[in-house]
Design a protein around this ligand. Sequence first.
Ligand code: ADP
Ligand code: MG
Length: 411
Amino acid sequence: MTAKVLLPGAMNDRGQPTTLGVMGGGQLGRMFVQAAQAMGYFTAVLDPDPASPAGLVAHWHIQTPYDDEQGLAQLMQRCDAITTEFENVPAPALVTLGAHRPVAPAASCVAVAQDRIQEKAHFVQCGPVSGVYPAPYAAIESDALLAAAPADLLPGILKTARLGYDGKGQVRVNDRAGLAAAWERLGRVPCVLEKLLPLQAECSVIVARGADGQVVTFPVQKNTHHDGILAVTEVFGGAVPAALAERARASTAAIARHLNYVGVLCVEYFVVDDGRGGSDLVVNEMAPRPHNSGHHTQDACDLSQFEAQVRALAGLPLPEPRQHSPAIMLNLLGDLWFNPNGVRAQASEQPVSPPWAQVLALPGTHLHLYGKLSARPGRKMGHLNITGESVQQVRETAARALALLGLPPLA
Ligand code: ADP
Ligand code: MG
């Protein structure tokens, strides 16, 4: 169904308050729900987990599997428009919903982002317009394709085409024997072999595109990962060289347009050595939703990525976002609860809350915890946004917060 403007605080033609729904109840869904509620929308979440972070704060929480017909029917009954907060929501469920309600992003766009083979093919197609290409790669879906993989992709990284995240579902391989063993290890599922590139840095760009085709872009985010999980995002002029940042923004907008995308889209890039003493940009992957690297927009921009998601879904105007403060975001993983003052506790010890009072005594700190009831190592529990008058001040505050939390210093 095509979108019409869904004004907040109004009654719909079923005599209910205008309600926005989300497939998935994780932290991204929770922050979408909170942004929607701040604007006066009612909200509904479909997630089987009774303690899901978004389910806990939505007006309605439908606790069924994502492909449950009754659950989907209830969601449609409640909602005037529906979005998603994770890319692995079954595409057929979005097709069902999309037949009766505006759904953004569309099932077809989510399907491309769910599959690295389709995703990379899309990036290659966009190349002539976006000016940015993916790393050299080959799809590995059969013994014949495995044998035919070009030698110049080695050393490389073998990644499952579907369901990988936070560095899971990928294996580094040095030679043909390692490649064959890795494909066995990954269960011989469809994969992509990618050439291992000399990364200078990683960055990402978030865009929002309305049903009217208007695209707005957020400033480029510089990302640092630890153990395959995002640890720190830095966003200020100069964090990424200006010329590359401009190319990344233009490329992301082109990728969204080419998909006829509606909603919030994040595209990840590598900054690589161009072999001539300079830097080049390579497109890595995309997420059909707000992204961990865009959380700073909640406190450092006049439009957050979640409000942008609400506006795109509701057909409201999307003004160009303005960043009003340099920002650093620190990801808060469950490890922190077992790591008081930086001393790793025994695994059997009870979780202990990190020293929030001390962290919040630092100027320009904004704590966002996701309401998850138990901390586990590697689990995303929240994030800390840091804003300030200058890059130097924000970096100093981040350094102090990292020290209080027992985390490694900024690079
Ligand atoms: P995920 O879905 O787990 O985020 P990514 O494709 O983003 O998967 O890979 C995770 C991380 O692995 C990247 O952020 C980057 O640090 C590293 N990486 C991935 N592909 C390459 C590559 N071709 N060359 C070098 N490093 C890579
Ligand atoms: Mg990634």
